[in-house]
Design a protein around this ligand. Sequence first.
Ligand code: SIN
Length: 508
Amino acid sequence: MLDRITFDGPVIVGAGLAGLTAALAAAPRKALVLSPTPLATGCSSAWAQGGMAAALSDEDAPALHAADTIAAGAGLCDPAAVELLTTEGPAAVRALAMLGAPFDRQADGGFVLSLEAAHAKARVARVGGDGAGAAIMAAVIAAVRAAPTVEIRENARARRLLQDATGRVVGVLAEIDGALVEIVAPAVILATGGVGGLYAVTTTPAQVRGEGVGLAALAGAEIADPEFVQFHPTAIDIGRDPAPLATEALRGEGAILRNKDGRAFMADYHPAKELAPRDVVARAIHAERAAGRGAFLDATTAVGAHFPHEFPAVFAACMGAGVDPRVQPIPVTPAVHYHMGGAATDLDGRTSLPGLLAAGECASTGVHGANRLASNSLLEAAVFGARAGRAARDLAIGGESPLSAAPTPDLPDAALQALRQAMSRDAGVIRDAEGLARLVAVLDALEAAHGLAPTLVAAQLIARAALARQESRGGHFRADFPAMALPERTFVTLQDQEPGRAVRYAAE
Ligand code: SIN
């Protein structure tokens, strides 16, 4: 007989920026945060280098930020979600500053704002060059630790969602310090992050591997756009797993992409060269490497001696591998960086299942469409994390008793490594039907051997939706279907992995 406790407030699975923001926003209701690792470790938010994009200057406006977000999203952004993100964005950044996030400031106290690729205005608020994620998370963690309403359990993870006979989510089966416990609660908010650990090369913590999407799908929730995975063009290729990031801001500062012969190659691929959209740059680097020419980010002139204080995280990662970026080009490779897909939500984080909400990278609000605009992810976590927390605050314990549920299986390490290799090979920067069909066969075999582990479910959703989308759009590039077709989002459930209802936002 398992231990069962009842918690009178939302249980939040995950402790990145979205999860902790939701916990604070649920006040005065209590919130219980389950974190698999000590806070600030194991979440992508703390690793973010770029910053937060928001219309914070007199020369900018939410409508301009919205236009850039929608252009990056390649026809699949939900305009209502984008409008919310961009109008609530400036207040969300200021709220984090009030909590103590030490954004870089001008002499008059205004935010120092940087320009990044595909933004029409300088609008990225940063901390210490490349330290935004760590500094913002430090401020938010201090706030949740001081909040009397927030309870935090580390070394705690969700092993299945608890449901009643109607399908309503009524809590989680959690593993805390190695022991299983049923936590009955009025709402569960999934905030588990992305899918980077499903791939062999990722810029995100390795343990972030689609658990939220998998748990939601196993409970029957609708999943949106799983095939849209964003590859960051410039992970540092020094054999580390996960791969450290060389922030896009370096190209914003004028760093040049060169092959091993020293030739600047981006003009061959796009008129905007180094500032082309992220997916274009990722494919260009992939092509140079596949042709044996290699790819290197040369910031020796653009940054040079300023590296240690302007980009301390990149500098430390390079120096640790014997590359001095002040005088040497940095070897780079595309790496999985962000998942645009996730549990489909409304504008307050509600999924298709009563009692279940999702926020941050494991949710698909429709904000990012087929390709996320740089520095919109921390912003989305803050804006929609708060909205989900407020929506959960008002839910009372309801539903019937949970049905008994067994923990989901874990993938053994050898199977996980096989999955990561297969995902990178066949659902990577460039995809085609032959590779994706081969991948589905690999995943089916793993499923037959090991059961429906949430990580495997997330991988299946990505692979099958990528196979079904016979076009190229945003982060999804099909060598066998290089053109765009109609702009339709994917909505699927695990029970019916054929894409379901089609949603179009704009006549194109
Ligand atoms: C970067 O700093 O290049 C990443 C920023 C982002 O993904 O938003």
